[in-house]
Ligand binder design. Structure first.
Ligand code: ADP
Length: 450
């Protein structure tokens, strides 16, 4: 096992990894920008290295500075967390070249899944169901029109290198397709430096259901259940739950088997998430994330598996400490992402925390790097906490989350706590009747109109 790990991240996820390391007896190195000198992850780590000024490219995305910090401190492994360099194949390769272990899959698997066309082709080979659409990149608008007629309108134009919903455009008919084609390509070029696009059938009422897997270097792959992440605003997840309120046990087993088998054949190691759109009883693969997800705590609650310590264990070459037969999904878990943002405009609202009271009690977990007196820097993501609850069933989990949100006090910045409370009291949400489009309509009706 490693004796020292460098954590190439900040905020709550840096703390999450740090805590796992401490419990495993591993020393930690925090890296930080000058804007984060007072951050909690820096305070709690055994050692810390300042890697640059506030801007992301000069600090948390600065590969050379992070590698130097690992070399100077003698870290044997780097955990990238999520976001930042976690899905950067070049960084994973550099880490491997420096004889440091990257706590994640191989650079080859990161590269394969980062290219959405290659990811879909690979999944097709392993019998994972896909969204109907083009077989690979579409070269011109005439070919796009032909494919759209075959799969049927509406269609979605997506960027091969896509991420965060950028470079994605819907077209309801042929004339819209012409315009959407050019916009999607130029957006993709601007965002990713690559204007290659492909076509998918646009699904009108899907749920976003994703499957958590984790593999080791000994050929074992575990299925740790699904998460329903349909509640999104502008393709950003807001509230997630596990298990999905709409899947039967048989459907869960089916998609778990399909996903774990594919990953076994691929020889995939470490944590990964296969994302599906689910509509009318069918699963359609859209992409794979080759890293730990923000919403991993709901999976940890229902499966009772510590994903981060398993990630570290398998990166060190050990076998997973759990067998599939030992995994029994229990109860229901919900996560609310708490953002420092204006509740009406959703514009980020960084500032100094004057009062902070964390909720507690049975089945309540708060992953956050906040403390009283902390000034949230304006350079980074607006998510300041994740509140996660676990209860024997979904109605009890909803009641527990409402109670925990009532207890939570954050003053100094505006937050989206009220939005979560409104969602949790809504009849349709309570019945589990929502799709990926539900939250935007809910906000339109209940927030903007107020
Ligand atoms: P990105 O990598 O940019 O996040 P994804 O492929 O993961 O792109 O899609 C992001 C979101 O866009 C999904 O969670 C879903 O809400 C929506 N989406 C993606 N593909 C489709 C589709 N074929 N039909 C309808 N909605 C889609």
């Amino acid at each position: 096992m490693f004796t020292k790990i460098l954590i190439a991240n900040r905020g709550e996820i840096a703390l999450r990894i740090l805590r796992a390391c401490r419990e495993m007896g591993i020393r930690t190195v925090a890296v930080h920008s000058t804007a984060d000198s007072d951050a909690m992850h820096v305070r709690l780590a055994d050692e810390s290295v300042c890697i640059g000024p506030p801007s992301l490219t000069e600090s948390y995305l600065n590969k050379a500075a992070i590698l130097s910090a690992a070399t100077i401190t003698g870290a044997e492994a780097i955990h990238p967390g999520y976001g930042f360099l976690s899905e950067n194949a070049e960084f994973a390769e550099l880490v491997e070249m420096h004889d440091i272990v990257f706590v994640g899959p191989t650079s080859q698997h990161i590269r394969m899944m980062g290219d959405k066309i290659q990811a879909k082709a690979t999944m097709k080979k392993f019998n994972v169901p896909l969204v109907p659409g083009s077989d690979g990149a579409v070269k011109d608008v005439e070919s796009a029109k032909k494919i759209a007629l075959e799969v049927g309108y509406p269609v979605l134009i997506k960027a091969t290198a896509g991420g965060g919903g950028r470079g994605m455009k819907v077209a309801k008919n042929e004339s819209e397709l012409e315009e959407a084609w050019h916009i999607a390509r130029s957006e993709a070029k601007m965002a990713f430096g690559n204007d290659e696009v492909y076509l998918e059938k646009y699904m009108d009422k899907p749920r976003h259901i994703e499957v958590q897997i984790i593999g080791d270097q000994h050929g074992n792959v575990l299925f740790l259940g699904e998460r329903d992440c349909s509640l999104q605003r502008r393709h950003q997840k807001v509230l997630e739950e596990a298990t999905s309120p709409v899947l039967t046990k048989e459907q869960r087993q089916f998609i778990g088997d399909v996903s774990a088998n594919a990953m076994r054949k691929l020889g995939y190691c470490n944590a990964g998430t296969l994302e599906f759109l689910y509509q009318d009883g069918h699963f359609c693969f859209i992409e794979m994330n080759t890293r730990l997800q923000v919403e991993h705590p709901v999976t940890e609650f229902i499966s009772n598996v510590d994903l981060v310590s398993e990630q570290i264990r398998v990166a060190a070459g050990e076998a997973l400490s759990v067998k599939q037969n030992d995994v029994h999904f229990q109860g229901h878990a919900i996560e609310c992402r708490i953002n420092a943002e204006d509740p009406i405009t959703f514009v980020p609202n960084p500032g100094k925390i004057n009062v902070f009271h964390a909720p507690g009690g049975l089945g309540v977990r708060l992953d956050s790097a906040l403390y009283v007196g902390y000034s949230i820097p304006s350079y980074y993501d607006s998510m300041i906490a994740k509140l996660i609850v676990h209860a024997p069933n979904r109605p009890l989990a909803i009641a527990r989350m409402k109670r925990a949100l009532e207890e939570m006090v954050i003053s100094g910045v505006k937050t989206n706590i009220a939005l979560h409370q409104k969602i949790l009291s809504n009849e349709e949400f309570i019945k589990g009747e929502y799709t990926i489009h539900w939250l935007e309509r809910f906000i339109e009706k209940n927030i903007k109109a107020c």
